[in-house]
Design a protein around this ligand. Structure first.
Ligand code: NAD
Ligand code: MG
Length: 383
């Protein structure tokens, strides 16, 4: 039995994780499930998986959660500290599927007690890569990728060291506006940006796919996860989303990972690792697909990709500032305060404004310092 907790269980990745565990009841024991305001969904999941505890991030939802779990014997808790406490409960595996830098503190808590952290929450690697790696090392914990491209790289590497690797490529569908004329982008609505050609995901990452901020985050995620030099990480636009990533060796061989665009593969791979178990993911029919296409990414259309390179060159607190400014700009776009094309300039201006500050060039050493940079960058980006 693998003891497992799911942080952000009610979201898109989390619910897929819950679904996979529900299909394999003899293999998993559920410790904690966490969610936000969707109390009915959280309580139903906790009942289905017979979790030990369900936690909502919101204090004002505690009474509703208690009522929804009455008579089940499942404990209920609420608030930011309760979330961290739930993550720190003894478990073998913790799936971190919270969106945003809010996932950092619970992720650190999970690793602090030695759990394997199956990490979908890429924001925490972007804003605090060194801190996460250091925590894993000290606690004997391990991070497994859940993001599909990073899972694909991990699988394509197959345990080989990076010495023979020339570079790695992660693919991008190009998102909702891949084929839009550039002059239309400024008028793009939130609804238009919230549709994805291939993947069914939460709203924030879907909009980040349209702006390529998602891919920009993933390039940084790859650098932090694999310890790869930024120059060895490439992005390739691949509208069909069948090849997720590719490792190219110095001997001229490239090993790619292919699969249907279905997150249950990457989630299930991380939950079962190092085993491979049957998953409810359709096998590919390449003859039916007929052809796969590729193009080079256009940095005029997607300035976020250039910003990612600048962030990696700067190092230190740049990742935390980049992520927080991006989260703020995304909030502002969703709320109708700025246009789609205002997001990247906001993020760039925030980075420029904070780059001269004392301590910017040092990796944040603890959670407090990451959260300070995060708060500062949000305030700056909102102005
Ligand atoms: P989502 O919005 O569908 O779900 C987010 C979850 O986090 C929900 O359970 C929500 O209640 C919880 N949450 C949100 N804000 C919180 C806060 N402040 N404190 C505590 N909990 C909070 O998001 P998603 O699309 O499932 O994405 C989750 C993470 O996985 C993100 O980091 C995303 O980048 C990454 N990811 C998602 C996909 C995908 O297919 N959706 C693919 C790759 C990576
Ligand atoms: Mg991805």
């Amino acid at each position: 039995m693998r003891r497992i907790s799911i942080l952000g269980a009610t979201g898109s990745v989390g619910a897929n994780g819950v679904d996979l565990i529900r299909r394999d009841p003899d293999r998993f024991h559920t410790v904690a499930l966490t969610g936000g305001r969707n109390i009915a969904r959280l309580a139903q999941m906790a009942r289905d998986l017979r979790a030990e505890i369900a936690v909502t991030a919101h204090d004002d939802c505690l009474e509703d959660l208690r009522a929804a779990l009455a008579g089940t014997g499942i404990a209920a808790a609420a608030g930011t500290q309760a979330l961290v406490d739930a993550a720190a409960r003894p478990a073998d595996w913790v799936l971190s599927a919270i969106v945003g830098s809010a996932g950092l503190a619970p992720g650190l808590a999970a690793m602090g007690q030695g759990s394997i952290l199956a990490l979908a929450n890429k924001e925490s690697l972007v804003c605090a890569g060194a801190l996460l790696r250091g925590t894993a090392e000290r606690a004997g914990a391990r991070i497994l990728p859940v993001d599909s491209e990073h899972s694909a790289l991990f699988q394509a590497l197959g345990g080989e060291t990076l010495d023979s690797v020339m570079d790695v490529t992660i693919t991008a569908s190009g998102g909702a506006f891949r084929d839009w004329p550039l002059e239309r982008l400024a008028a793009a609505t939130v609804a238009e940006a919230s549709t994805h050609p291939n993947w069914a995901m939460g709203q924030r990452i879907t909009i980040d796919s349209a702006s390529m901020f998602n891919k920009a985050m993933e390039v940084i995620e790859a650098k932090e996860f694999f310890g790869l030099d930024a120059r060895r990480i490439k992005v390739l636009v691949h509208p069909e989303s069948i090849i997720h990533a590719m490792v190219t060796h110095h001997d001229g061989g490239s090993i790619a990972h292919l699969g249907a665009p279905d997150m249950r593969h990457a989630i299930g791979y991380a939950l079962n690792w190092p085993e491979r178990r049957p998953l409810p993911v359709p096998a590919l029919d390449l003859a039916a697909l007929g052809r796969l296409t590729f193009r080079a990414p256009d940095e005029t259309r997607w300035p976020a990709l250039r910003l990612a390179r600048e962030v990696m060159e700067a190092g230190g607190a740049a990742g935390a500032v980049f992520n927080a400014a991006k989260e703020q700009a995304l909030d502002d776009f969703i709320a109708g305060r700025i246009r789609f094309t205002d997001m990247a300039p906001r993020v760039e201006a925030t980075l420029a404004a904070l780059a001269g500050m004392d301590g910017f060039s040092r990796d944040p050493q603890d959670l407090r310092s990451v959260l300070d940079w995060d708060a500062l960058a949000r305030r700056k980006a909102a102005r």
